[in-house]
Design a protein around this ligand. Sequence first.
Ligand code: MN
Length: 257
Amino acid sequence: MKKAYPYIFYFSILLVVLSCKNKKLTEVVEVPLPSAVEKFTIGSADDIKADDGSFELIKLAYSFDAVSPEIEARTMQLHYSKHYLAYTNSLNKAIKNTELENLTIEEILSKAVADSINLRNNAGGYYNHSLFFECIGTKAGVLPKDTLAIAIAKDFGSFEGFKNQFKNAANRQFGSGWTWLIVDKNGRLQVTNTPNQDNPLMPKAIVSGTPILALDVWEHAYYLEYQNKRKNYIDAFFNIINWKVVEEKYEEAIKKE
Ligand code: MN
């Protein structure tokens, strides 16, 4: 029995320590409230300006909430005022005080981007987003008319044929990239993809041509609404295309060819 005393002693200490700990746990401690969730307010695209430089953000002909629920205002705002703005500022910075400063974006894309990954990503990011934001914004549900409608029927069999090809291409793009409707050098319409911020105006594009419609399939373009369901985003995109703008782009492109 004598030998058991030290154990009883240690056990008693342990009980005291545990009871203190328990006491601490039951004490009322003032816990700070979680910081308030950042409140989202819809701003205006007109308030977002690129830093001084050769290129400015395109003006939006619609508000950030104009294409909801296909694309929510929050995504539109973040996409325009963070991602697109960043590409534009970085492009301006990259060409500042160089001979590229006075070129058009198309000239920069076709000539200069082979020499610099930074320029390639940011000139591409600027051009691609400008076209993307220009080609959406309506919920009128109108389809292409006149010359573009005829060309789509000729080159894809039907509007449905075009739509399927475009949607398949966008779903198929592995990782970040873009899906395009372009006018090739023979004046034919084609659907093609490019990775990252590349586009069909860049040298070595797999299919070259003048883009007239652009779909951003980077996750930042749709993740808040659609998460991993890119297919649903692509389907929704077809509800908000401004075909009048795409038609104007088509007319310009075939004049150039
Ligand atoms: Mn984007």
